[in-house]
Design a protein around this ligand. Structure first.
Ligand SMILES: N[C@@H](CCC(=O)N[C@@H](CS)C(=O)NCC(=O)O)C(=O)O
Length: 376
């Protein structure tokens, strides 16, 4: 079924075709005017717009016998919709017939902000707007009642319109509370106590069958529907994309950030955690020190990788503080603090790791996030 917006857009673009001329298309996302949590929906919308404009381009080429500009981007509209700064513009042109091109001094601009999508072509005296509020802001009534989620029976939501966090301030748990504090996204934190084995309760298992914190329930997930998520790495990516923060906007930077996030998830977390077990907790009484030594050696190797990455960089991704740092440094902090393994791994041999750890814990949002949820 066609979305009404698509139909409206096609009609508007049809008007342009009527103008018997080629046009230059430009899309601006007034992302600075979008509330942070509207960016995902705006991006979905832009994908629709792109599809229409792309179709339009091909039709134009077909109907008018226009030659497509080989140097133009394959898609007339480049999307980097995560932009949180003022109006990122990446014009994409296609060349038309000579006459048409000369009638196209200003091109056709298409602007999207929270309120409306506007197509504007001074050359063709065309200005049309489509209100977007209903697309970008689904009415609150469509949000599912959170009381239908079993987890809310054990941990009732005082503010069901806010993101619900189920956690404990451990190295994995604080990743999410730190991100939430950094982004100022409204949320409500619930303590999952290991002392009472809350993580194995049916209510918690209904959210995470893997009985591990952290987990979230977002009443305003994709499409305005609730979204439940577990695995801290997945949660960090989801929230970075939802808020448009703590992740580079360009695709390469985004994947590189995810790469370092995965390096933490698959390497640093599991290995440092085993050092904690064999050095500080139940495993420390084992006479055979070979398991401990194996994890210490692997942790040293991983610290070396981090050290080389951080040489000459403020953060893992350079100048930008990202979810890769939020995932990694709670674990480095636990290694030298809670696990008391700083000397064991020779932390002094990794001055850049120590430098960035100090910068990380000095952040006010980190200081707050490290104590959320408050232990009972
Ligand atoms: N890969 C998971 C690991 C989560 C995890 O290991 N959480 C620990 C606390 S740091 C936990 O919930 N342990 C409780 C248990 O194992 O029963 C993630 O990153 O979310």
């Amino acid at each position: 079924m066609r979305a009404p917006l698509l139909e409206q857009l096609e009609r508007l673009l049809g008007d342009v075709l009527q103008a018997q001329a080629s046009v230059r298309l430009r899309l601006e996302v007034a992302a600075d005017q979008l509330a942070q949590n509207q960016l995902t929906r705006a991006r979905d919308l832009l994908t629709l717009v792109t599809a229409v404009l792309d179709q339009f381009r091909h039709q134009a080429a077909l109907w008018r016998g226009l030659a497509l500009d080989k140097t133009a981007a394959p898609c007339p509209v480049a999307l980097d919709g995560s932009a949180a700064s003022a109006a990122p513009v990446r014009p994409a042109n296609f060349a038309g017939a000579e006459a048409g091109a000369s009638r196209d001094p200003e091109g056709l601009s298409c602007k999207i902000d929270l309120a409306r999508l506007t197509l504007h072509s001074p050359a063709f005296r065309l200005k049309r707007s489509i209100p977007l509020a209903s697309t970008l802001l689904p009415p609150k009534a469509t949000m599912t009642d959170l009381s239908t989620f079993l987890v809310t029976q054990k941990w009732p939501a005082q503010h069901p319109d806010r993101l619900q966090l189920y956690s404990l301030p451990t190295p994995n748990g604080v990743k999410v509370s730190i991100l939430l504090e950094e982004t100022s996204l409204p949320y409500e934190a619930h303590l999952v106590s290991f002392e009472t084995n809350d993580q194995t309760s049916p209510e918690f298992l209904s959210l995470n069958p893997n009985n591990k914190i952290p987990a979230i329930l977002d009443p305003d997930g994709p499409g305005g529907k609730p979204l439940a998520l577990f695995e801290s790495g997945a949660i960090l990516i989801y929230l970075a994309e939802k808020t448009g923060q703590l992740m580079p906007r360009d695709a390469a930077g985004r994947y590189e950030t995810i790469q370092w996030l995965m390096f933490q998830m698959g390497g640093i977390g599991p290995m440092f955690g085993q050092v904690g077990f064999f050095h500080q907790f139940a495993g420390k009484d084992y006479d055979d020190k070979r398991p401990r030594d194996r994890y210490v050696a692997e942790s040293k190797r991983l610290l070396g990788v981090l050290e080389r990455r951080l040489l000459g960089r403020s953060w893992l991704m350079g100048d930008d503080y990202t979810i890769a740092d939020i995932a990694t440094f709670p674990w480095v902090r636990a290694l030298v603090g809670f696990y008391d393994a700083g000397d064991l791994v020779g932390i002094k041999d990794y001055p850049n790791v120590e430098r960035v750890l100090a910068a990380f814990v000095a952040r006010p949002a980190v200081e707050r996030g490290l104590a959320i949820p408050k232990r009972g």
